[in-house]
Design a protein around this ligand. Structure first.
Ligand code: ATP
Ligand code: MG
Length: 468
């Protein structure tokens, strides 16, 4: 029997996983600078939590949840999103007593039984953040959006477009929804089956429709912007003012409603190129009533977003920003039983200094060993055979490596360095010492200057040249 991953789920393999790590690490760094801390949440929760918060009538809960009966017959669901869990945890751990607003982020998989296609999976990943606390100041909304865009900028994501809207609150939205429903009833026969159903269950979602023939009908529907109450209008205007203070460009989209029931007032979405019709990389908004709905204090407000990591990754891979560094720094080719113990120690010193080292576990023939170094795309082969051992040197051969174009590929010289230093107390600068604040390896400038730079990085000096 041959096993395969289940439909709609997939493995993320190297080297792509390195890009995933970089993206998640960047989120941690950027969100950290805005005062957010990570919350690690369970993958499954009581089904009722999602039914209550996301909404029984949403597609997510009614059609897409992976739910099962536990052995004690309680109903459990794999989480389709994480805001409900964050709010559950906030209430459960009494976080409302913490000073100021509580700022949390999470990273991890979500599960929805949707039709798999490009950018849409059944196990997909989100990076999300939430602000919970007593204040709903519009400056918070703008700062959350600023953080999101700072993250995308740091990743060098190109062509991201921010859309915003306000969908009112419990004072003004119900009347608008009824008006919308009444207008939709008049055109019911012209709508598709999904939209017809939504007239009854969730009329706002009709605005979300992508069906070609419904577009002209939707364009004529009443717009929420004309029906906001005074408080929501002021809040929305202030959010826009605070975005302007931050120099953030946005589009207003009156049809931007979120798929989840708990949203109110500010909603936003970010689209990115290269994704076809699945072009939303991030959705977010305000959800001031959710804490109360789940049994917490009525005065607690909330706002947050969720980035679809899979789609972000697809969009990044479309651009040169998606190139990952990493790879093998040194292939340590040793030959002869006497060289092995020296090679083992040298490998450890290089690894302790942060270099990525491959050390063959068994002795190989010269040509085969260096052939493997090439195929592994190592940047340097460090060669240690009997001659070198006797002379107290190793030979360093520069290889084309992983990104030959970006390095000095013309250099083919083979030169020697003393490994005697490796046994003495020479200080090897760590690889992280070369990392600038953004985690970029500026130390690679050293590498690309050839063996001299490599030696300097190791705190060693050249003893002789082995010529070309
Ligand atoms: P969409 O309209 O694309 O279905 P959504 O409104 O269901 O999105 P949210 O629940 O707001 O999405 O989730 C936030 C983000 O998570 C989306 O913008 C998207 O990038 C991502 N996302 C949602 N569902 C999936 C999925 N099945 N596969 C991959 N990414 C997803
Ligand atoms: Mg969806």
């Amino acid at each position: 029997m041959k096993f395969q991953a289940i439909k709609g789920v997939r493995d993320i393999l190297p080297p792509e996983s390195a890009l995933w790590n970089r993206v998640e690490q960047t989120a941690r760094e950027v969100f950290g600078t805005f005062g957010f801390a990570e919350i690690r949440l369970p993958i499954f929760e009581q089904s009722e939590l999602f039914a209550r918060s996301v909404g029984q009538e949403t597609d997510i809960v009614s059609k897409e949840m992976y739910s099962f009966q536990d052995r004690d017959e309680s109903s459990i669901s794999l989480r389709p999103e994480a805001t409900a869990s964050v709010v559950r945890a906030y209430i459960e751990h009494g976080m409302q007593t913490l000073p100021g607003n509580v700022k949390l982020y999470y990273v991890g998989p979500m599960f929805r039984r949707e039709r798999p296609q490009k950018g849409r999976y059944r196990q997909f990943y989100q990076i999300g953040a939430e602000v919970l606390g007593p204040s709903d100041a519009p400056g918070i909304d703008a700062e959350v959006i600023e953080m999101l865009l700072a993250f995308f900028e740091r990743l060098k994501l190109k062509g991201a477009v921010l859309s915003i809207n306000s969908i009112g609150d419990k004072n003004c939205r119900p009347a608008y929804v009824e008006l919308l429903r009444a207008e939709l009833q008049k055109v019911r026969e012209q709508l598709g089956a999904d939209s017809q159903r939504r007239i009854d269950t969730n009329p706002l979602r009709v605005l979300d429709s992508k069906l070609e023939h419904e577009q002209v009908i939707i364009e004529k529907l009443p717009r929420i912007a004309d029906h906001l109450c005074a408080e929501c209008r002021v809040h929305y205007d202030e959010v826009k003012r605070h975005l302007a203070l931050r120099g953030i460009a946005y589009q207003e989209n009156w049809r931007l409603v979120r798929g989840l029931d708990y949203y109110m007032r500010t909603t936003f979405e970010i689209t990115a190129p290269g994704l076809g019709s699945q072009n939303a990389v991030c959705g977010g908004g305000r959800y001031d009533g959710l804490v109360e709905l789940l049994g917490g204090q009525a005065t607690t407000k909330g706002i947050g977003f969720a980035i679809g990591t899979d789609r972000l990754m697809l969009s990044l891979q479309e651009s040169p920003a998606g190139e990952v560094g990493g790879g093998l720094d040194v292939y340590l080719a040793w030959f002869g039983a006497a060289a092995q113990p020296v090679a083992i120690k040298l490998a450890r010193r290089l690894r302790d200094a942060g270099f990525v080292v491959e050390l063959p576990a068994v002795e190989m023939k010269f040509g085969k060993s260096l052939g493997l170094a090439d195929r592994l795309k190592a940047r340097h082969a460090v060669i240690l055979g009997n001659d070198e051992l006797a002379a107290g040197v190793v030979a360093v051969k520069r290889l084309p490596g992983k990104n030959p174009a970006s390095e000095d590929a013309g250099y083919k010289g083979v030169q020697g360095l003393s490994f005697g230093d490796a046994r003495s107390n020479v200080v090897i600068p760590t690889r992280s010492a070369f990392q600038d604040r953004r985690g970029t390896l500026s130390g690679f400038a050293l590498w690309s200057r050839g063996p001299e730079g490599f030696l300097a990085a190791l705190g060693m000096t050249m003893v002789r040249s082995l010529a070309n």
